[in-house]
Design a protein around this ligand. Structure first.
Ligand code: ARG
Length: 723
């Protein structure tokens, strides 16, 4: 380990006095004595070395970054992984067809031979963490302030590449406290991960989007995978029949002892992002423009997708994963703004900012900081809507998003500097983009989305920010009035009729011998370029300027906060690095007169059950088991029922999905899978009273695997802790 910067020690390992113990996503290697003592006080029965150690095997060795943005944990000596159903969703859907509909019916491998290969899926193990603040700071000294945001990613990438060269590891440098600290993380990636089990969607996604982000929750949100190593014991670089099940340094025993309100709960994982030091100005923009615009556009896209999905199981499989992703954060951002307003988070931030101004009054470098921040937001705000309407609207039409990506190919073909090698590379990546696009493309819904977003853009975005000459003028001439829905329907029909992109033989001929002439005459390409160029010319420069300045201001603000709060615990914002959070299983009161209990059970599934419903149907086999009360060793003796899920006070966020919830002895009691509606403002402000993490009870997982899936082979691999 390189030396840890003084600031980091100060900010991360000092007293916990003024932080509620359940707030905080702690960097796993920097848990100080005080924090550890607090964990012990809350109930932890493990040594610090058992939590994390670089020399010895510890719990961190059982935790992986799963796919692009979830967490999973090892639960057997043969590389068995538990994660959420919604984390495995894309792979379950990709493995499904109308005749083998694993999404609808579930899937259970009864032997290793039956496991399903998941191309493109990988998991990453954390190997080590080093502080590189000094090295990054030295490099940044050579960069002009207004260029830091554009140059920083390349600087970090170069450092990462250099550090990983020839090691077989992947290295990523992450920024903490808005660029006041930098840590370098080394990972080992395994690329052969296979699907072992998944419940039917009517269990894994029971309650659908209606129940998403809400408690009480009756979703069996889990799926099971296995990670493989190569036949010599090294990390797998691809699927090979000769690969062997991975042998973990540590795996988690599974507790079926049950839980009580107040029990210790600890969660390891990879939270993706929070912005707890956001300013009042940032929240205002989010509430006024960013979130409502995104929500409105997603609502429309979802409506058009769902209309086709309910008609045809093949379309359902095709669109399921992208629908779920869009819907998840559609509801999140809607709820986030509602909670930010309800809890007056702007007011809270203004108070913090006022306190900062008083603290900073004799420190000239902070002079007028908030005036500058405000001026920067004022300059950007008029453009903010057009950015969202471009990214979530225009680029929300899959065909336009794909057409827009063809620019890279055009550039490779026309640039004189580009070699044949560069052109070939662009062709290869275009082909793989195309395969992905076609796999998820449903023409009927895309046609409606396209017509909708083209109209929404011109209606909602300021006139001087629309591509009038390059697009709407021609619409007016050829398709009808700019204000009418029918105009865009006509245009959308014409686009899908005439673009070569969706004509298989024309596309194949094109990609075999790409010709920029064909590309530049294509109606989808012309449309996508009109909007992309419009964005690049009118909006992006403003955004880049805003962003660069804002980075500088936030960096300075955080420098001040670290100084001002010296001596108290400050945990850094989540950024997809491994964190641990601790708290307790805990009931709560969402509003006056209402008390939510800390667990919910299968009887609630029966209360919500609506036969044949899109979200609240349940498998006949599950209902039989419930009626027979055939719960076996997984029964909860207090409720004489199966506990489906429970809630804890832990501080987590998106990316923690699939994370292990551990008891005081480090045994698995559940899988974190959601947050509650009343605290959806949690990315910006943690609410010590209302915040809850929603966790699948591992006993429900085992019950489904065993009794519904009949997959005793999976149960037999686990170490069950019964008392
Ligand atoms: N809200 C959950 C999360 O972000 C995802 C739940 C998926 N379920 C759903 N109905 N979309 O981790």
């Amino acid at each position: 380990m390189k030396k840890i910067s003084a600031l980091l020690i100060l900010s991360l390992s000092l007293s916990l006095n003024n932080v509620k113990a359940d707030e905080g996503m702690f960097l796993i290697h920097l848990i100080g004595e005080k924090t550890y003592a607090d964990m012990v006080k809350r109930g932890l029965k493990l040594s610090k070395d058992q939590l994390y150690s670089i020399n010895k095997n510890s719990i961190k060795d059982a935790i992986v970054l799963f796919g692009g943005g979830c967490t999973a944990e090892l639960v057997s000596k043969e590389g068995l992984l538990f994660t959420n159903h919604h984390c495995g969703y894309d792979n379950i859907a990709s493995s499904s067809s109308v005749s083998h509909n694993y999404l609808r019916d579930g899937f259970w491998a009864k032997s290793k031979q039956e496991e399903i290969v998941c191309p493109g899926l990988s998991v990453q193990f954390l190997i080590k963490i080093e502080d590189v603040t000094e090295a990054v700071t030295a490099k940044l000294k050579l960069v002009a302030q207004n260029e830091i945001t554009t140059k920083l990613p390349a600087i970090l990438m170069e450092m990462s590449n250099k550090a990983s060269e020839g090691t077989g590891f992947e290295v990523r440098v992450s920024s903490f406290f808005k660029g006041n600290q930098f840590l370098q993380f080394t990972y080992q990636r395994y690329k052969d991960v296979r699907l072992v089990g998944a419940p039917p969607e009517s269990i894994g996604k029971f309650g659908g989007d209606t129940d998403n982000w809400e408690w009480p929750r009756h979703t069996g949100d889990f799926s099971i995978f296995r990670v493989y190593m190569d036949s010599t014991g090294k990390a797998s670089t691809e699927y090979k029949a000769s690969n062997l099940p991975y042998q973990p340094k540590h795996f988690l025993p599974v507790s079926i002892k049950g839980l009580n309100d107040g029990d210790y709960a600890m969660i390891y994982g990879y939270p993706g992002g929070t912005n707890r030091y956001e300013t009042s100005f940032g929240i205002k923009l989010k509430n006024d423009i960013d979130n409502p615009s995104l929500v409105k556009l997603r609502e429309a896209r979802l409506k058009f997708m769902l209309a086709e999905m309910v008609k045809d199981p093949a379309v359902k499989i095709k669109l399921a994963s992208s629908y779920a992703g869009i819907a998840n954060y559609w509801k999140f951002f809607d709820g986030e703004t509602k909670q930010l307003i309800k809890h007056n988070v702007i007011g809270l931030k203004q108070k913090e900012e006022a306190a900062f101004v008083i603290w900073a009054k004799d420190k000239p470098k902070y002079n007028n900081l908030f005036d500058s921040i405000k001026a920067n937001y004022d300059a950007w705000t008029p453009y903010a809507k057009s950015k969202v309407y471009f990214s979530e609207g225009i680029m929300g039409s899959p065909i336009l998003a794909f057409a827009s990506s063809l620019k890279t190919l055009e550039t490779a073909l026309t640039s004189t500097a580009n070699s044949q090698e560069a052109i070939n590379k662009a062709i290869v990546s275009t082909k793989s983009n195309y395969d992905r696009f076609i796999k998820g493309e449903n023409i009927a819904s895309d046609k409606n989305i396209l017509a909708h977003v083209l109209k929404a853009f011109v209606m909602e975005v300021e006139g001087y920010q629309i591509p009038f000459d390059d697009f709407y003028k021609r619409i007016k001439t050829n398709y009808g009035s700019i204000n009418e829905e029918l105009t865009y329907k006509r245009f959308s029909e014409a686009l899908f009729e005439n673009s070569f992109i969706l004509n298989e033989s024309k596309w194949n001929a094109f990609i075999a011998k790409p010709d920029t002439g064909i590309l530049k005459r294509d109606i989808a390409y012309i449309t996508a370029r009109a909007f992309a160029d419009n964005y690049n010319n009118k909006c992006k420069p403003k955004f880049d300027e805003f962003n660069a300045k804002n980075y500088g201001f936030q960096n300075l603000y955080l420098k001040g906060i670290l100084d001002m709060k010296k001596g108290s615990v400050l945990y850094p914002d989540a950024n997809q690095t491994m964190r641990v959070s601790f708290g307790n299983v805990k009931s709560y009161s969402p509003k006056d007169g209402v008390k939510y209990s800390e667990v919910c059970t299968l009887s609630g599934v029966m209360e919500k059950y609506v036969p044949g419903d899109y979200e609240f149907d349940a498998p006949a086999k599950l209902i039989e088991l419930i009626n027979a009360k055939d719960y076996g060793q997984y029964v909860d003796t207090k409720t004489n029922d199966i506990v489906v899920s429970f809630i804890t006070t832990n501080d987590i966020t998106g990316g923690n999905s699939g994370s292990p919830v551990l008891n005081s002895k480090g045994e698995l009691i559940g899988l974190a899978f959601d947050g509650n509606y009343e605290a959806l403002s949690h990315k910006i402000a943690f609410d010590g009273e209302l915040n809850r993490t929603i966790c699948l009870d591992v006993r429900y997982l085992l019950f489904i695997v065993d009794k519904l899936g009949g997959a005793k082979n999976i149960i037999d691999e686990l170490i069950l802790s019964k008392k």
